[in-house]
Design a protein around this ligand. Structure first.
Ligand code: UT7
Length: 325
C-alpha cells in the first residue's frame, strides 16, 4: 500500500554540560532544601554551562555534531537548521546561523523559533513542512537553552527548576507509514503575564534601572503555570488521539515537557497512561526549556522500536502536541 510522504525523525543526539548544580548546592544559595525541591518538583540536579565564552550555540553545535556523526550526514548536506531557544547567543543575529557556521553547514539556511518550552514542537512542525513538501531533504531541528543565563539565583521560586542543555534531531522523508503523523499546535498569548522576562526587549529596553530591579530574569507565577500545563497537555494529547482514531492504549510512549514531576505524573494519571511508559529525565537535568523533549528522545532511543506510537507534548505560554510513529 502506498503511504503518503511524512517527515520522520531519523536521528537524535543530545548534549549537556558536565557541571552539575545539585539541590545541596542550592541549599547554600537560597532558602531551600533537598526535601522541598525533590517532593515539589522531582529534580535532584541540573547541568550548568560554565565553559568560558560558551553560549547556547555551542551546546547546540555539540548536539548537531554528534547527530551528524551518528547519522553519517555531512555538514554540507544539511538544507535547513532551526534552533528553538529563548536564550539565543544574542538578540540578533539568530543562533541557528551561528550553529550552521560552527558545524560547517555551509549550504544550509537557518532561523530561530522563540516559543519557550513549546519551541521544540513548533520547530519540529515547521521543519517537517519543508520535508513533506519536498522542498528540502535534510532538516535539522535543535532545542537548546542556557537557562542559567536568565535565571535569578537569588529567587528560590525559579532557580531550583531550570538547567542547561541541547538536543538535535534529523528530519528526512519516509514513505513507509512511519514519521510524524500529526500536530496539534496552540498558543494563548494572554498567558504572558504568568511567565515572562520583563526587560531586555523593545517594551522595556535594558537600562541600569532594569538591571537594578532584577528584571532580566525569568518571572513565573508557578501555580498558574502548573494548572495550565496539566490542562493543556492532557487536552492536546486527547485531541491528537481523537483526530487520528487512536486510543491511549495504542500509544507506546508519551514524551512530556520536563517542568515538574508532579505535572508529568498528573498528566499520566489524567490520561490513564502508565508512568513507566512516560519518558522522564527531569531528576537529572531539571527544566531545560526547548531542550527537554529532544533530550528525552536521546536518552530513550535504545528502547524505541520501529512502528512505536510516540506522543510528544509540551507547554509554555502555549501547549502543542505531536504524534510520531
Ligand atoms: O516550563 C514552564 C516553566 N514553569 C513551570 O512549569 C512551573 C510550574 N509550576 C511549578 O512547577 C510549581 O508551581 C513550583 C515548583 C514553581 C512551585 O511549587 P508549588 O507547589 O506550586 O509551591 P508554591 O509556589 O505554592 O509555594 C509553596 C510554598 C511557599 O511558601 P508559603 O507561602 O506557603 O510560606 C513558597 O514560598 O513553598 C515556598 N517555596 C519554596 N520553599 C522552599 C517556593 N519555592 C521554594 C523553594 N524551597 N525552592
Amino acid at each position: 500500500m502506498a503511504h503518503k510522504i511524512r517527515a520522520a525523525i531519523t536521528g537524535v543526539h543530545g548534549w549537556v554540560p558536565e557541571d552539575k548544580l545539585t539541590n545541596a548546592d542550592l541549599e547554600k544559595m537560597v532558602d531551600t532544601n533537598d526535601e522541598w525541591i525533590t517532593s515539589r518538583t522531582g529534580i535532584k540536579e541540573r547541568r550548568i554551562l560554565r565553559t568560558p565564552g560558551w553560549a547556547t550555540s555551542d551546546m547546540a553545535a555539540e548536539a548537531v555534531k554528534g547527530l551528524l556523526e551518528k547519522t553519517g550526514v555531512k555538514p554540507g548536506e544539511i538544507d535547513l537548521l532551526i534552533v528553538a531557544t529563548v536564550t539565543g547567543d544574542m538578540v540578533f543575529p539568530d543562533t541557528a546561523n551561528t550553529v550552521c557556521d560552527k558545524v560547517g553547514a555551509t549550504n544550509a539556511f537557518g532561523y530561530d523559533i522563540n516559543a519557550a518550552c513549546s519551541g521544540f514542537l513548533f520547530a519540529l512542525a515547521t521543519g517537517a513542512q519543508f520535508v513533506v513538501n519536498e522542498t528540502y531533504q535534510k532538516v535539522v531541528v535543535v532545542g537548546a537553552d542556557m537557562m542559567s543565563s536568565i535565571v535569578d539565583y537569588q529567587d528560590r521560586n525559579t532557580c531550583v527548576i531550570f538547567g542547561d542543555g541541547a538536543a538535535a534531531v534529523l528530519l528526512e522523508a519516509r514513505r513507509d507509514g512511519t514519521g510524524i503523523q500529526d500536530f496539534v499546535l496552540r498558543s494563548d498569548g494572554s498567558g504572558r503575564v504568568h511567565l515572562h522576562m520583563k526587560a531586555g526587549g523593545s517594551k522595556c529596553p535594558p537600562s541600569a534601572e532594569t538591571v537594578a530591579q532584577r528584571e532580566h530574569y525569568v518571572f513565573q507565577d508557578g501555580k498558574r503555570v502548573f494548572k495550565f500545563a496539566v490542562e493543556g497537555m492532557v487536552s492536546t494529547v486527547q485531541e491528537i488521539l481523537r483526530r487520528n482514531h487512536k486510543t491511549i492504549d495504542e500509544v507506546n510512549w508519551v514524551v512530556p515537557h520536563q517542568a515538574n514531576m508532579r505535572i508529568i505524573s498528573s498528566v499520566a494519571e489524567h490520561l490513564h497512561f502508565p508512568i513507566e511508559k512516560v519518558m522522564v529525565n527531569i531528576h537529572k537535568y531539571g527544566n531545560t526549556t526547548a531542550a527537554t523533549l529532544g533530550l528525552c528522545l536521546w536518552e530513550y532511543q535504545n528502547q524505541l522500536q520501529k512502528g512505536d506510537n510516540i506522543v510528544l507534548t509540551a507547554f509554555g505560554a502555549d501547549s502543542p502536541g505531536a504524534l510520531c510513529t
